[in-house]
Structure formats: structure tokens, C-alpha cells
Design a protein around this ligand. Structure first.
Ligand code: IVH
Length: 678
């Protein structure tokens, strides 16, 4: 930036940030990477911190800063915020009845041409009035009772889609009120609820409630953490604006002024176009990223709207045509447990079948027992079921009704309903899990994929699709059965020729010779990652010693705490898991074992540091590392005075030079192998 005047700098940055925020949040078409946006943002923040007098309320930096209010201030709407008449017919009659009424009111006969209508989505959020004066957002208010709403400007500042200043060159009208809907996207809602659930905290019933709660927060720092969105759909008070002649042109104009306007809208002639739009959106309703509860039909000409006027508090020129509700009440007949791919147990509601969000639902998730307790859900209750989009149907609440007799709280089973293994819940977690990872039918696919991965048994060619085929086809039920697969059987599978079948059998065969850490990691014991597997293998030396280790013995392993120790213990306590391990050994899987670390003489290379550089003739980098670590050595990434050996292969570069400079011992692969053998 050429200018050094901080006021000019701040102004320029604000304009840039407004521009890029609009590209990102409204147009979904960012021009600069997020990091660049953040950099500009921080630059502006720094100037404002150094010169607080330059801070303006509409600065982009003010959108996330918290401001706590005592209470919300009432605002009288210049033009009342009305509601619209609702048609609940799911048939075409909703649109046709509306058209008949409009034509009658306008005194049209069959000889007259069709009326032009605008149709758009009915967003399921909360209505908002945004008042812009001379192009600047002056305040934002909820609908309230239609006459008086609440000032929620502080919350609206956190919605990045809403421009704080209207776009467009030249002067702006003295007053322009934009009306629209604040809503929460379904994915944002799910993410937020999932985070609440993990913390064991209260979840929100639906995106609309979550959005309404967020907007009415007194502390805008809390609102800023609740991801809200906005769509404009109309006008309030307008002064000094050359208003277009139709509603659709008003929306186009609002879009040019920087307001988010949904693309899903049409202008049609007569009722049939409305019927078609209603039917088309019904087809894609589930795929929309947000909830809608219907379609709004509006007479497009503003002149005709004026002529039609209002009845009581509803305009005659608009109507809402609803879709089937996304929440319904039904009987909770029973509660069952579902075991997920990773062993997580989820309580599932068996419901009296009910039509929700366009389909019949008879199962819905209850998420976890803690949530069930909070919501006071018990068998026999009338529950509220929500099904929206492709999200799994869920029980979001209970209709409080007296119970005829005492019903105990639901309890998680102590044994996995699929495989009978022990069920555990770790401290601080809400999830209950099955510990029969190697044996449990629900967890087969995941167990095999984990076992086969490169960093575990490294079975080349055994990927996601193939494992699914093997498991779903009942060809492989447990890990050891992998090693019984023959070329002929494999070659029968989809997309599998004789050559790839042979390759897989070879890869399986090759994986038989492994290391104890890889094997341990491959078992998929909860909390046993690669590093812990190495620590355990090093400490116990032999698998049997580890399998029989007590909790106290496990706790002696460096870096192993109570959670890991308990997890290892529980895993090997399951007879089925032990059986699978035995079968794997019987299938020929082997690894070098050594004496346990405590009793063995200290490993010969304990405390020695190696650096690997360049390409070795036969050993892969990972193999060389494993061999060095097996004798107690450590592999480091950079050469220093503390380095004991540099192992150099072909095309070794700077590290080799550095080793020479510091006088560190240099080995080639042969040198390394004979050193380790000594
Ligand atoms: S027009 C005078 N258009 O539905 C007519 N309303 O009762 C003003 N809504 O809570 C409303 N999407 O917030 C209109 N595309 C849309 C809408 C919409 C949702 C809400 C509105 C109000 C209710 C109408």
C-alpha cells in the first residue's frame, strides 16, 4: 500500500475485506486464499488497535468481537412485518386455489391472460428486517409481533453474508429496508450439535430454533460461534429508491446491492408454473443445504400487489404452500442397540411408523444414553421425530405426558449385542464401545482395512472396494480367513483378473513376515497408534508377554497411561480377540521377538543417533529405520554434533556434507548392516 496515512489505509483495507467477504460468503466464489484474507484482516486489526479513533462500527473486525447487552431493545417497524396465508394441501390445488382468488379479486375473466407470478423457497428460519440508511446497515430487527420487533444488530454483524454497506457506485437511497430470513445450514447445524453431544451438552432441536436462539443472544461472541446464514426475499420501508416494477426485479436489484438471494426462484405465467415449481422443489428438497417448509407464491407485479392489498394481517398477493412437516410425533415402541463400524453402540428408537419429511420413518437415532436422560426419553413415550434431508432421522424430544406406570431409564448392555464382547465407556466420553474389534461382525470391514494398511501389515492391493466385496459377499468373515484366500476364489470377484488375484495372494504371503509393532498396530486396539505399538513391542519383546500383562505391568511402559493400559488389557481379555491372534499366528504371521526390555541387557545401540540420507541400494527408508530402532537406536532428521552415524545412499546431499564437516562417522548400507549385526 502506497499511502502511509493510517485512516486511508484502514479505509482501503475495509473495502478490500468487504469485497472479498462478499465473494466468499455470498457468491461462493472467493478470489483470494483464506490465509490472504486473514492477513488483510489482521493488518486492519493492527491499525485499529494502534488508532482506536479510526474504528468504525461497520468494520469487518467488529463482526466477531463480543458485545454483551443487558436486554434486547424494542424497535417499531416503519412498515409492519406481516405473515402470509398458508396452504397445506400437498396437491396442486394449493396453487390453483390461490390463482382463482387472485383473478377474482382483480376482476379477471377467462378471456384475460394468465397472471404473472414469482415463486420462491420458503426458508425455515426467522424473519429479519435490515434497515440501510444512505447505504449503511443502521439496524437489524426481528419480526416480533409484526409491529414491534427486537434490535439484534449486534448479532446480525456476525453474519458475514450480510453486507454492512450496500454495494454499487453512486449514492444510495436514504432508506432501504431489506427483509429476509436468517437461517442455519443443515451441515452447520449438525456440526454444532455433534460438538455439543461430544461435550455432553444440550443439543438444539432443529436449525430454526438454533438460529433463533443465536440471533437473540445478548452476547454476540456466542452468536459468532453459531454459523448463521441469510437470504433476502423482499422489502420494508423504502425512501428515494427508483423501485423496479416487479417483485422478481426487486430481488435482482437486491442481489446487485450485495444481498444474498436464492437462485431457486422462477417467474411463471399462471397457476401451472407454480404447480410445476412446487413439484420440482419437492424432488430436491432433501438435497438442499438448508430446511425449507414450503414454497411462497407472489403476484409479480408490484402494481397488482398494491391493488390486491391485504385482508386482516395477510397480503392477498402472496401465499405459502407447505410441504410435509419435518417433525412429527409418534410412539416409541422399543429401543435397540446398533453397533457401528468402529464399535460404537448407538441406541436406536423403534417407532410406530410415521410420515415425516416426505417418507415413512420407523427407526430413528437416540444418539446416546446421556442425551436420552437429558430429554427424558423412555420406552412407551410419545416422541418428536425429525427427518430433514439426508441426515439420519432422529428423536429430538418427548411430548410430556403422564406415564401409566413406572418405566426405568434405558441402560446400555454390558455385552455387545452383535458379538458378546465386553462393552466399555471411557472416562470423559459419551460413547459406549464394543471391545471385540477383531471378531465383531459389525466391525469386520474396518478391522480388515486397518490391518491391511501400509503402516500396519502393508498388504498391497487390499483396498476399500475389495474388502467390502469380500465382507459383503461372506467370503471373509475374520482376519485369519484373509490368509486362506486362493487365486481361483479371488479371480471370480468383480473387476479382478487372474493377474491381480495372484498379486494379492503374493502380497498376503509377503505380509506374513512382519514386525511386532506393525502387527500390534494392525490389531486396531483402541488408543494403540504406531508409536504406542512400538513402545509396547520394545518393552515386552514378545507378544505373549504383552497379552498376559497386568494393568500394573502395562503402566510400567514409558508413555503408557491408564487409558491406554486399560484399553490393551480389555482387548486381550476378550477370548474372541485372543482366538483371532492365535489363528493369525497359525496362518504363518511371524516377527522377530526379543527379551523384554527390563530383563534384557540394554540394547546395543541405545542412545545412538542415526541420520539417513539419499537412496539406499536395497533397504527402504522405513525398513532401515525399523532395523535401527530394533537395536535401540534413534533416527533423526538432521545432522548435528550429537549425531553418531550418517547412513548415506545414492544422491545424498547436504546432510552428507554436514557429516563430513562435523567429522561424524559415515556408513553405506553394507556398513550399516554389518554394524547392526555386530
Ligand atoms: S414473504 C408479506 N418470502 O415466512 C409477505 N416470506 O409468514 C412477507 N418466509 O416468517 C413474507 N421464506 O419470514 C416471504 N421467500 C419468502 C419467505 C418468507 C420464508 C417466512 C417469513 C415469515 C413467514 C411468512
Amino acid at each position: 500500500m502506497s499511502t502511509t496515512d493510517p485512516a486511508a489505509q484502514a479505509q482501503a483495507l475495509r473495502e478490500q475485506l468487504h469485497y472479498h467477504a462478499h465473494r466468499y460468503y455470498v457468491l461462493d466464489d472467493p478470489q483470494i486464499p483464506d490465509a490472504e484474507y486473514d492477513r488483510l484482516f489482521r493488518e486492519l486489526q493492527a491499525i485499529e488497535e494502534a488508532h482506536p479513533e479510526l474504528l468504525t462500527p461497520d468494520s469487518p473486525t467488529q463482526r466477531v468481537l463480543g458485545r454483551v447487552l443487558e436486554g434486547l431493545t424494542p424497535v417499531r417497524h416503519a412498515v409492519p412485518m406481516l405473515s402470509i396465508r398458508t396452504e397445506t394441501d400437498t396437491e396442486a390445488t394449493g396453487a390453483i386455489a390461490f390463482d382463482v382468488r387472485v383473478r377474482k379479486e382483480l376482476g379477471l375473466t377467462e378471456a384475460d391472460p394468465p397472471v404473472e407470478y414469482a415463486a420462491e423457497l420458503k426458508f425455515d428460519g426467522l424473519a429479519m428486517n435490515l434497515r440501510y440508511e444512505d447505504g449503511k446497515l443502521k439496524h437489524a430487527a426481528t419480526r416480533g409481533d409484526g409491529e414491534v420487533g427486537e434490535d439484534v444488530t449486534h448479532s446480525i454483524y456476525t453474519i458475514r453474508q450480510i453486507p454492512l454497506e450496500l454495494h454499487g457506485k453512486g449514492s444510495h437511497p436514504p432508506v432501504l429496508e431489506v427483509r429476509g430470513e436468517v437461517y442455519m445450514r443443515r451441515d452447520d447445524f449438525e456440526r454444532m450439535n455433534e460438538a455439543q453431544r461430544e461435550k455432553g451438552e444440550k443439543t438444539f432441536v432443529n436449525p430454526r430454533n438454533a438460529a433463533a436462539g443465536a440471533v437473540r443472544q445478548l452476547d454476540s461472541a456466542i452468536t459468532a460461534r453459531r454459523p448463521l446464514s441469510f437470504y433476502a426475499y423482499g422489502l420494508g420501508e423504502v425512501q428515494g429508491w427508483d423501485q423496479p416494477a416487479t417483485h422478481s426485479a426487486v430481488l435482482d436489484a437486491l442481489e446487485r446491492l450485495g444481498q444474498p438471494v436464492s437462485k431457486e426462484r422462477v417467474v411463471v405465467q399462471g397457476a401451472q408454473g407454480l404447480v410445476d415449481f412446487h413439484a420440482r422443489i419437492a424432488q430436491v428438497r432433501d438435497e438442499l443445504p438448508f430446511d425449507i417448509d414450503g414454497i411462497v407464491y407472489k403476484v409479480n407485479s408490484l402494481e397488482l400487489q398494491k391493488r390486491l392489498g391485504f385482508v386482516s394481517r395477510e397480503p392477498r398477493w402472496a401465499v405459502a404452500h407447505k410441504y410435509p412437516a419435518q417433525e412429527q410425533v409418534t410412539l416409541l415402541r422399543d429401543i435397540e442397540i446398533q453397533v457401528g463400524r468402529t464399535g460404537k453402540l448407538t441406541p436406536v428408537a423403534k417407532l410406530q411408523p410415521v410420515f415425516v419429511g416426505g417418507t415413512t420413518v420407523s427407526n430413528a437415532t437416540l444418539h446416546n444414553v446421556f442425551e436420552m436422560r437429558r430429554k427424558r426419553v423412555r420406552k412407551g413415550d410419545q416422541v418428536i421425530v425429525r427427518r430433514a434431508g439426508d441426515v439420519i432421522p432422529e428423536v429430538v424430544g418427548v411430548v410430556p405426558t403422564p406415564r401409566a406406570h413406572y418405566v426405568p431409564n434405558f441402560k446400555m448392555p454390558a455385552q455387545c449385542p452383535v458379538c458378546g464382547s465386553t462393552v466399555v465407556r471411557e472416562k470423559g466420553e459419551v460413547a459406549y464401545r464394543c471391545t471385540g474389534g477383531l471378531f465383531c461382525a459389525a466391525q469386520r470391514t474396518e478391522a480388515i482395512l486397518h490391518f491391511a494398511q501400509r503402516r500396519a501389515m502393508d498388504i498391497e492391493g487390499l483396498g476399500d472396494k475389495l474388502v467390502r466385496q469380500l465382507v459383503d459377499g461372506g467370503i471373509v468373515r475374520t482376519l485369519p480367513e484373509l490368509y486362506k484366500l486362493g487365486v481361483a476364489k479371488l479371480a471370480e470377484l468383480d473387476r479382478m483378473g487372474g493377474k491381480s488375484a495372484q498379486n494379492l495372494v503374493d502380497a498376503l504371503d509377503k505380509s506374513r513376515g512382519t514386525t511386532l509393532p506393525r502387527f500390534l498396530y494392525g490389531l486396531g486396539i483402541r488408543h494403540v497408534g504406531e508409536t504406542t505399538a512400538k513402545d509396547l513391542a520394545k518393552h515386552f519383546g514378545k507378544l505373549d508377554a504383552l497379552m498376559d500383562a497386568t494393568l500394573e505391568q502395562l503402566l510400567e511402559v514409558p508413555d503408557v497411561g491408564p487409558i491406554v493400559a486399560q484399553s490393551v488389557r480389555t482387548f486381550f481379555e476378550q477370548p474372541h480377540n485372543r482366538e483371532v491372534v492365535e489363528q493369525l499366528r497359525a496362518a504363518g504371521i511371524h516377527w522377530p521377538e526379543h527379551e523384554p526390555a527390563e530383563r534384557a541387557a540394554p540394547l546395543p545401540f541405545a542412545g545412538k543417533t542415526f541420520v539417513l540420507t539419499g537412496t539406499l541400494p536395497t533397504l527402504k527408508r522405513e525398513e532401515a529405520k525399523e532395523r535401527i530402532e530394533a537395536v535401540g537406536g534413534k533416527v533423526s532428521g538432521s545432522v548435528s554434533k550429537k549425531t553418531d552415524y550418517v547412513v548415506a545412499g545414492e544422491e545424498a546431499g547436504g546432510k552428507l556434507d554436514k557429516a563430513r564437516e562435523l567429522g561424524v562417522a559415515i556408513l553405506d548400507e553394507a556398513g550399516l548392516l554389518s554394524l547392526l549385526a555386530s
